[in-house]
Design a protein around this ligand. Structure first.
Ligand code: PEP
Ligand code: MG
Length: 887
């Protein structure tokens, strides 16, 4: 039979699965010889049994008896002994901290007799009756489900009768009266008397703590924090010490360093003559911990000593709860403390400098998410005159302020005049790109985190709130309405917070991130900012450790240059369709709609020099580094006029309709697809529209030749999208090779280029062995691979029903955000294995959005990929995580 109860002397900090965080750390402190009130822990395993079967496990009662007897003998008094009672606290303590989510009962062991014993021992009747009423109150609420307000109302009643509004003015007699009233409340509400048997109190409190694992607020918290549902909680039975025994007593919390900044020093709060829950409830004002030096120097000095012991022992910043009972310091809890992102980086480097940890450990102590938080501009603080309008999805972090504008041209126009604008749309499409580039931020009322607006904004490092469904956006008339009847018109200033999804009316001040300025090369690690220096040191170490390279997804020379400054080892995905927007869209439209070779050739001839120019710029920015150029992959509808708008136009014009429009409508109708994302796109487009891919390959080859002649070192890689069968790839590859040879011959410059493919369809992953015969590299397009593996439309599902899926626990995070290891990940592993078997030097990367997601980067490391590719702003995050994955 498993052991269900551990004395504090038996456990240690590594037993958190069994003893919970609190129990494990109480045991650790006990073993360190620190002053912990004696006690024992009932394991989470006992809780799991109780929750599964509705009964306590056999043998638990005996074990509790044995440990309680040992505790009683150590303390020299029995639980609830009438002349000198041992009192205990019964506290929850799960593996992961769930602050305030579960139950605690203090002062267990008091009853009508032992309250006198406590009064006599403490020499303080008021204290004893106050403790007793606290027990009935907490027990009533927690164990017997009595509405807590009834107790509070009774206290208010007594205070009113005494003409005071402070608990401190209540006397022993008042508390006696409250004990009577509380018992009556319990009897009436719970239909049973408050149990006077101390052991019954304890047992019922233990069960109540077990049950509180499934309290609605605990369930909600776990869901939010992604804590597994079936862990259960341990229960700690700890002998009571009292901070409310007079002015030489008190209770407090402390951090061994500042959890906000990471600076070393004394941080915490102290409350004289009080119990822990008074601090939490905020009933009275605490004083800064440094005041304790004046109040009780001996305890203060001892506390500092203990804090140092704990830091050195845990080799980390700790937080602590303590109580002083009549000048004697007791430790009630410690744990490795939560901290802000900035504090995490600073503390990791401080601990390294103190010789407590090595740099591997320092890198383990920070996360890519924390680094990302440090990189976004943020709102300094809220100011007057700012109204929160609504909350949307936090699609791309950052803080942006500007005038609301509703169309892309208007955004460009105002931005050119030097105005800050926020582009507000119902949703964006590729035509909005210019406006998105010009705007400080993007706000949409529709679409999820992989909607066009979200993906493109993230790619640009631009703040974006999407899917703010409470907003009614009227693009035509240039305004939106928000709940509460607020109307925002073009030119009104709004502020959007891409980290929280909040949207405000008015201007909230924004601060720049010093960390981004460091990555941009505008600040150095030596200029006195210890945060920048800490980031620099951790990054340097991560880079040295990383096996995975990090490339960038970008398609302009400017983004390529920035990506390089941010540490990119090349470009992993240049989406050429992004180069066909604006004026050039017309040319693509002509190409798609061309009815004969002549028309097609004219369009291609016009496009080629433009493409060549694009590539030259990118090769120059990435000189000496690989540049993976993906041949055009749009769903066709993105390049054609909107079928509804065009139909309306033609219908309204009736007989007078333009012949060109009629013809266009005919073609658009012919090419219209129900599921464009599964239609004529990717390699299919290249095969169906003769010359399109060829034109792009030629532009790549000529741009590379031109760069080479200019003394550069271009390294093009040509990537074919949406391949499902090796035959598709072979056809394109053969054509591309021919063109490369032609250009080499004509230009007299050899232009070697790898030819590879994206793996973004399940069939491609499952036939990777065949495909690798024709591909020199694979790049996993996990956006489409997730879409096609799950059968989730990437443009629709997040806004449509993912919130319900998350609530139902079907997944803990959207598979479009963090790679689904079991499904999509399995396909990747199959493709890696079979691809490498067919071609041992096959180069492997990932270029879906997951390339910048920390957990997914770790997966890519484990799966043996060579690189991840992500948007320029995510590069530092991916570099850090690539290093952490290798540690
Ligand atoms: C992908 O599908 O993961 C990918 C990178 O291609 P796109 O997002 O352009 O479809
Ligand atoms: Mg794709």
């Amino acid at each position: 039979m498993p052991k269900f109860v551990y004395d504090f002397t038996e456990g240690n900090k590594d037993l958190k699965d069994l003893l919970g965080g609190k129990g494990a750390n109480l045991a650790e402190m006990t073993n360190l010889g620190l002053p912990v009130p004696p006690g024992f822990t009932i394991t989470a395993e006992a809780c799991r049994h109780y929750l599964a079967h509705g009964t306590l496990p056999a043998g638990l009662a005996d074990e509790v008896n044995t440990h309680l007897a040992a505790l009683e003998s150590a303390m020299g008094k029995r639980l609830g002994q009438s002349d000198d009672p041992l009192l205990v606290s019964v506290r929850s303590g799960a593996k992961f901290s769930m602050p305030g989510m579960m139950e605690t009962v203090l002062n267990v062991g008091l009853n009508d007799e032992s309250v006198h014993g406590l009064a006599a021992q403490a020499g303080d009747e008021r204290f004893a009756w106050d403790s007793y009423r606290r027990l009935i109150q907490m027990f009533g609420k927690t164990v017997l489900d009595v509405d807590g307000d009834l107790f509070e109302d009774a206290i208010e009643d007594v205070k009113r009768a005494r003409g005071t509004d402070s608990d401190g003015d209540l006397t022993a007699d008042d508390f006696k009266e409250l004990v009577g009233r509380f018992k009556a409340i319990v009897k009436e509400q719970a239909g049973r008397s408050f149990p006077t048997d101390p052991r019954e109190q304890m047992d019922l409190a233990v069960e109540a703590v077990f049950n509180s694992w499934n309290a609605p607020r605990a369930i909600l918290y776990r869901r939010q924090e992604r804590i597994p549902v079936d862990l259960g909680t341990a229960v700690n039975i700890c002998s009571m010490v009292f901070g409310n025994m007079g002015l030489d007593s008190g209770t407090g919390v402390a951090f061994t360093r500042d959890p906000a900044s990471g600076q070393q020093g004394i941080y915490g709060d102290y409350l004289q003559n009080a119990q822990g829950e008074d601090v939490v409830a905020g009933i009275r004002n605490t004083v800064p911990l440094t005041e304790l030096e004046r109040i009780d120097k001996a305890s203060y000095d001892r506390l500092l000593e203990i804090m140092e012991t704990l830091e050195n022992h845990y080799r980390d910043m700790c937080d602590i709860e303590f109580t002083i009972e009549r000048g004697k310091l007791w430790m009630l809890q410690t744990r490795v403390g939560k901290r802000t992102a900035a504090a995490a980086f600073r503390i990791a480097c401080q601990l390294f400098d103190q010789g407590l940890i090595d740099m591997d450990e320092a890198a383990r102590r920070v996360t890519g998410d924390q680094l990302a938080q440090l990189m976004f501009p943020r709102f300094a603080s809220k100011v007057d005159g700012v109204t929160k309008l609504t909350k949307g999805m936090n699609a791309s972090p950052g803080a942006a302020v500007g005038k609301a504008v509703f169309t892309s041209p208007r955004a460009v126009e105002l931005a050119e005049r030097g105005e800050d604008v926020i582009l507000v749309r119902r949703e964006t499409n590729p035509d909005d790109l210019a406006g998105m580039v010009a705007a400080k931020g993007v706000l949409t009322s529709r679409g999820g985190k992989t909607s066009h607006a979200a993906v493109v904004a993230r790619g640009m490092g631009k703040t974006c709130v999407c899917g703010a469904e409470e907003l009614d956006v009227d693009v035509k008339d240039g305004y939106f309405t928000a709940p509460g009847g607020v109307t925002v018109r073009e030119g009104d200033v709004i502020s959007i917070d891409g980290s929280s999804g909040d949207v405000y009316l008015g201007e909230v001040p924004v601060e720049d991130s010093p960390v981004v300025r460091y990555f941009e090369g505008e600040r150095s690690e030596g200029d006195g900012d210890d945060l920048v220096s800490a980031v620099h040191r951790v990054m340097e170490h991560a880079d040295a450790r990383a096996r995975l390279h990090v490339r960038a997804n970008c398609d302009t020379p400017e983004d390529a240059a920035r990506a390089r400054r941010f540490g990119a080892a090349g470009i992993g995905l240049c989406r050429t369709e992004h180069m066909f927007l604006g004026d050039r869209r017309q040319l693509v439209e002509q190409l798609i709609l061309a009815e004969d070779d002549e028309g097609r050739k004219a369009a291609l001839d016009a496009l080629e020099p433009l493409q060549k120019q694009d590539f030259e710029g990118i090769f120059e920015a990435m000189d000496g580094l690989p540049v993976t150029i993906r041949l055009i992959d749009p769903p066709l509808h993105e390049f054609l006029p909107d079928i509804t708008e065009l139909s309306v136009k033609v219908a309204l014009a009736g007989d007078a309709a333009d012949a060109k429009d009629r013809k266009l409508l005919e073609a658009v109708t012919r090419l219209h697809e129900q599921n464009p994302m599964l239609g004529l796109r990717g390699v299919r487009l290249g095969l169906v529209i003769p010359g399109l891919f060829g034109m792009q390959v030629r532009a790549i080859a000529e741009a590379a030749a031109a760069r080479r002649r200019a003394g550069g070192d271009p390294r093009p890689e040509i990537m074919i999208p949406l391949v499902g069968a090796v035959q598709e790839l072979e056809a394109v590859r053969d054509e591309a090779r021919g063109i490369l040879a032609e250009v080499a011959e004509a230009s007299g410059v050899d232009v070697p280029a790898l030819i590879g493919t994206m793996i973004e369809l399940p069939r491609a992953a499952l036939t990777a062995g065949q495909i690798a015969e024709a591909a020199e590299f694979f790049s996993f397009g996990t956006n489409d691979l997730t879409q096609t593996t799950w059968g989730f439309s990437r443009d629709d599902v997040e806004a449509a029903f993912f919130s319900q899926y998350l609530e139902l626990g079907i997944f803990g995070v959207s598979p479009f955000e963090t790679l689904d290891r079991e499904g999509v990940g399995r396909l990747i592993r199959i493709a890696v294995e079979e691809g490498r078997r067919a071609r041992p030097d096959l180069h492997l990367g990932i270029c879906g959005e997951h390339g910048g997601d920390p957990d997914s980067v770790h997966f890519c490391h484990e799966a043996g990929l060579d690189y991840v590719s992500c948007s320029p702003f995510r590069i530092p995050v991916a570099r850090l995580e690539a290093g952490r994955a290798a540690i």
